[in-house]
Structure formats: structure tokens, C-alpha cells
Design a protein around this ligand. Structure first.
Ligand SMILES: [Zn+2]
Length: 251
């Protein structure tokens, strides 16, 4: 066994035994790792507190060469993102983002850009007023990082840039009114929503936070992005139900 030090974001945490936890983490250098934290459920455990989902930590692990299950030795909290426990809407949105990463990330798949993006999102979400709009921007960047950047320049069938009315899930891009046809894979997209999407994908992360969305646009685009993610990941995202419940409370 070797000792490995890695920065990480906690993706989820489960009880493993009376006294231990099993957590899954995102390490920029090692992708998705499972980590057994012995004694983490004991009262006053030094490591236990740092193992809540979303926490940004420095971990010291015992890890076998090429293994994706490690045993925790030390955990130092860099940032706990405690605001998520006080704002249920932000918690629901961040849960959606983290769930998508947990599903797509493979063990051993290093990804520094996605790690940086995820930290930028968790920091940006804290201070923003329009948390839904912010999540729309970051989910678009996430889709790009995962290789599913939506094609938005023009209709994916005929190339037209006018009368764009739908997003086609299977074709991964927008289609115009003339090419739409009838399929369950179309999601309606109004001109305002289309403009916001185009602007958001063209804008770098550090400036994207300044793009303003109306509440209606935020909600419609979030729904579209959830459908895109579920289509690409070929699964239903469990956090969507929690998010739907929270969203009902926003006027
Ligand atoms: Zn067309």
C-alpha cells in the first residue's frame, strides 16, 4: 500500500458500519475514488466532519496502486460550503450538478478542468441571487466538458439561423420550425431562451456569471438542461425530484 495525498470534492457519503463511512470523492488527478473512513461515525471524530457532500478537502489515503478504493488516514477541510445546508434551493441545484458528475466520472479519469469548474460553481452559487440561472450557465459548461456541447449555431438539419424553435435531444442541437417534424425528442425553445443559451456557451466561466436571465427563462432552460443530461447519461437523475419540490416554492 502506498500513501497518496489528493485534493478532492466529496460526492456522496454513506454509512458503512456502526463506526465507519464510505464516501465517493472526485479527485482531479484520479477521477472518482471510493474511500473508507474508519471511525468517521464516532462522536468527535476528527475526519468525520469533513466528509459531508460538496466539501472541498485535502485527503491523505492508503491506496493500492491502480486501485479505486482507498482507506482514509487524514482529512483536512479547505471549504465546507456550509451555505448549502441553509438554502434548500441552492442545495437541490448543487445536488443535481454533483449527481451528474458522480454518474459520468470514471475511476482513474483525471480531469483538472472539470474539478476547477465544479469549485467555481460552488463558490459562484454562494453569492448569486439567481441560483437557477447560475446553474443553467454551469450545467452548459459541464455538458461541454463531458463532450455533449449542444450545437446552437443554426438548425442542425438545414443550417438556418432564423426561426429556431426547438432543441432536438437526439441530434444534440437546435432545429428550425420547418425541419422540426413530430417527435418526442423536441423541446420547445423560444427566441429569448435561444439567445441566452448561445450567449452562455460563448462566454467564459469568469464572465458568464454576469449574464442575466428572467425567472421564466431560468426555469425553462434548467428543464431543458436536465432533459439533455438525462438523455446523454441514459438515466433519470434522482435529485430532480427534490429540485422539483423546492422549485414549487419559488413564485
Ligand atoms: Zn431547419
Amino acid at each position: 500500500m502506498g500513501i497518496v495525498k489528493t485534493e478532492a470534492i466529496i460526492l456522496d457519503s454513506a454509512e458503512y458500519s456502526e463506526t465507519s463511512k464510505l464516501v465517493r470523492v472526485f479527485s482531479p488527478a484520479r477521477g472518482k475514488l471510493s474511500v473508507l473512513a474508519k471511525g468517521a461515525r464516532r462522536k468527535g471524530s476528527r475526519v468525520g466532519a469533513g466528509l459531508e457532500p460538496f466539501t472541498h478537502v485535502n485527503l491523505t489515503l492508503y491506496l493500492k496502486e491502480a486501485a479505486d478504493l482507498g482507506t482514509l488516514k487524514e482529512c483536512e477541510v479547505i471549504e465546507s460550503f456550509a451555505y448549502l445546508r441553509e438554502d434548500l434551493i441552492k442545495l437541490a441545484l448543487a445536488s443535481l450538478y454533483i449527481e451528474a458528475i458522480r454518474i459520468t466520472l470514471a475511476p482513474g479519469a483525471r480531469n483538472y478542468s472539470l474539478f476547477k469548474l465544479t469549485l467555481a460553481y460552488l463558490h459562484a452559487l454562494r453569492k448569486c441571487r439567481d441560483s437557477t440561472g447560475m446553474t443553467v450557465h454551469f450545467l452548459l459548461k459541464l455538458l461541454k466538458d463531458l463532450g455533449f456541447q449542444p450545437a446552437l449555431k443554426g438548425c442542425v438539419r438545414c443550417g438556418a439561423t432564423e426561426r429556431i424553435r426547438y432543441f432536438h435531444l437526439r441530434r444534440g442541437g437546435v432545429v428550425c420550425a420547418a425541419c422540426a417534424g413530430e417527435t418526442a425528442e423536441l423541446v420547445a425553445l423560444n427566441p429569448g431562451e435561444y439567445r441566452v443559451l448561445k450567449k452562455s456557451v460563448e462566454t467564459p466561466v469568469k464572465s458568464v456569471v454576469r449574464i442575466r436571465l428572467s425567472r421564466k427563462q431560468s426555469k425553462a432552460l434548467l428543464e431543458l438542461l436536465i432533459r439533455m443530461l438525462e438523455y446523454h447519461l441514459e438515466t433519470r437523475l434522482r435529485s430532480v425530484r427534490f429540485l422539483d419540490q423546492m422549485m414549487l416554492e419559488i413564485p
